[in-house]
Design a protein around this ligand. Structure first.
Ligand SMILES: [Zn+2]
Length: 505
């Protein structure tokens, strides 16, 4: 019997993953959500984001205080006080809190970063440049539209709508925007070091996954909610040897040794680590998809044997199930006629949960055994971290409001291959999820940190509506009546972004 047929016969019924039904949205959260006039509120979200994209917070240098002041202005329209708080001059973030009358749980926190990465303006269309905030072809254009001013505005919008509607809360809701995510994470790190006891976030939503069209199945949108992030080790492999003159090849120089070491490390065979969350995400996609692929993906045993090749074919999916050791730099040249005494190779290593730095170093030591003059220097080390999600009420709220009323959508937990500011919060006992409630395709996904970043206008509106439902379910007193008169008008005019402040340059 051929292995494929054998595996399918053995797994036919027994290996099917037993998936509980996806959680349903709480009726009270839907009632609150549906009290909002989403035509008008959606336009408001688009305007707020357009103005925010025009605020230059490109990092370096960041100048996030400008962005924080803009957010502060938006909150002030609703009489909501906020505090600017930063780690350095011009690098402020913002904190605002809606208090529950009788708080029964630790706060729900809505986190975003204000800074954006630089853009090569000449690679963007002239009218829709990185700081334009212009709408063209149904898209809102600008650096940060996806990463991550879009989610930042959806969070702020959900926050002010709670206040405008007078939604009674069972826990505090805290809006947090920080500086410097894109380079050093100093904004979040400083906030966690100095204010986390006071903020005491029980849950946090931040950047991470999206709803991605055709991610695995054609015509299916797969919503990946990031519940954890791989660990990071930035490592230098250092080779030393006798220095000399370029005119005389010695045969056993530092460079020869480094080359031997990198060649040896290249022979490493990464083994997949089938974390339950990855299997669940694939099973959820398979459950909603159909055909042979769907059949395979609902069965753990088959995924491990048959889908391995497919996952390996795509560098991103393969990275999500393996510990990766990636050569990203070579350093040490002095001059063409000088043989250096020390050269180094830099590796970006991303660890699966349960894999320690020592495990990886052991593997590399074994691979490079016998090569003289080699040592390892760890420059940066963060463990992988995963938040609990099975049966978590806020995770369920995210899934429920993501799938509510939709056909052809699937949702499940994801281990992110990159890290975000969530890592610092998880380290302090906060359950952190990464999900922006926007549906995009692979092409748009690649515009993050790339050219021509943009977001569909329709998704800015729909994302705000969905996130508001999640936040209500995650923080409101759901036993309170939902038909009380709103204390404030439900939509307000949006102020223009602040002019560039030269004193912040
Ligand atoms: Zn980001």
């Amino acid at each position: 019997m051929r292995p494929l047929l054998l595996a399918m016969t053995l797994c036919l019924g027994a290996c099917a993953a037993k998936l509980p039904p996806q959680p349903a949205a709480d009726p009270a959260s839907l009632a609150w959500r549906d009290r909002v006039d989403w035509d008008a509120a959606g336009d408001e979200a688009v305007q707020m984001l357009a103005e925010y994209l025009r605020v230059d917070t490109i990092n370096a240098p960041g100048n996030e205080t400008r962005g924080a002041r803009y957010l502060q202005q938006l909150l002030a329209r609703d009489g909501i006080e906020s505090e600017l708080y930063g780690h350095a001059e011009g690098r402020d973030g913002l904190i605002a809190r809606l208090e529950a009358e009788d708080s029964k749980e630790r706060p729900l926190c809505l986190l975003s970063h204000i800074d954006v990465v630089p853009a090569e303006t000449e690679a963007w269309p002239e009218q829709t440049g990185p700081l334009s905030g212009e709408i063209a072809d149904g898209m809102l254009w600008g650096r940060g539209a996806l990463d991550m001013k879009g989610l930042g505005i959806a969070e702020l919008h959900a926050f002010v709508l709670l206040a405008r509607l007078g939604v009674p809360l069972r826990r505090d809701v805290i809006l947090i925007a920080v500086a410097d995510e894109e380079i050093d994470n100093h904004g979040m790190q400083h906030l966690v070091d100095t204010r986390w006891d006071d903020l005491d976030c029980g849950h946090l939503i931040n950047e991470g996954g999206f709803g991605v069209r055709d991610a695995i199945f054609d015509d299916q949108v797969l919503h990946a909610v990031s519940v954890g992030e791989k660990g990071v080790v930035w490592l230098d492999v250092v080779a030393t040897g006798e220095p000399g003159h370029g005119s005389t090849p010695l045969g056993d120089s530092a460079i020869d040794r480094l080359r031997a070491a990198t060649d040896a490390i290249d022979t490493r065979k990464a083994k997949p680590n089938w974390h339950p969350m990855m299997l669940q995400l694939l099973a959820r996609a398979g459950e909603a998809g159909g055909g042979m692929t769907g059949f395979v993906m609902r069965r753990k045993g088959l995924v491990k044997t048959l889908a391995r090749g497919t996952l390996k074919h795509n560098p991103v999916t393969w990275a999500s199930v393996t510990t990766t050791v990636h050569l990203t730099g070579l350093d040490g040249a002095v001059s063409p006629n000088v043989l250096p005494g020390e050269v180094r190779a830099t590796y970006d290593i991303r660890k699966q949960p349960g894999v320690s730095t020592e495990d990886v170093l052991d593997e590399l030591r074994t691979l490079t055994k016998g090569i003289e003059g080699i040592s390892f220097e760890v420059r940066h080390d963060l463990p992988a971290a995963v938040s609990p999600y099975e049966g978590d009420p806020f995770y369920d709220a995210i899934i429920a409001h993501t799938l509510e009323g939709r056909e052809g959508h699937a949702a499940g937990p994801l281990l992110s291959i990159g890290f975000t500011d969530s890592v610092f919060a998880r380290d302090r006992g906060t359950i952190a999820y990464g999900y922006a409630p926007f549906v995009i395709d692979g092409e748009l996904l690649r515009t993050m940190h790339g050219h021509r970043e943009r977001i569909p206008v329709s998704e800015v509106k729909e994302g705000s509506r969905r996130l508001f439902g999640m936040v209500v379910q995650g923080a409101a007193d759901l036993s309170a009546p939902t038909d009380t008169p709103a204390p404030a008008p439900l939509v307000r005019p949006v102020p223009s972004a602040l002019p560039a402040a030269p004193d912040l340059e």
